[in-house]
Design a protein. Structure first.
Length: 121
């Protein structure tokens, strides 16, 4: 199994556990928002991590992918905020907080799997 798939599986499990931990404290709109945040955060984060693994031996490419991934996360949060607020989506606040939290938590998970991919490669 590739490092990106291991990261995706672990990240999905962590997001699922966080969602389950939040579930009793949220109303139905907040629950829907957290599920949307999870559905957005996981593919964006896994894609950014896969790019880092792909360019790990190329300093310029790695730096470009790292900066691009950071910018991508910021743009995604901004776009989701814009769409949620513009459309009057109920549960927008829990959704945006969960999205930022999921990105942060998954970002903290990256070094462990990046080190693993370096040792394997």
């Amino acid at each position: 199994m590739s490092t990106s798939l291991k990261y995706a599986a672990t990240g999905t499990a962590i997001v699922a556990l966080a969602t389950l931990a939040l579930w009793p404290f949220l109303d139905p709109a907040g629950r829907r928002g957290v599920l949307i945040a999870a559905a957005v955060a996981i593919p964006v984060q896994v894609g950014a991590f896969a790019g880092l693994v792909r360019y790990r031996g190329q300093p310029n490419g790695f730096l470009a992918v790292w900066a691009g991934g950071t910018l991508l996360r910021m743009v995604v949060i901004g776009a989701v905020a814009f769409i949620a607020i513009r459309s009057g989506t109920e549960g927008a606040i829990p959704m945006l907080l969960a999205l930022a939290g999921f990105f942060f938590g998954l970002l903290l998970l990256e070094p462990m799997y990046f080190k693993l991919s370096t040792n394997e490669g």
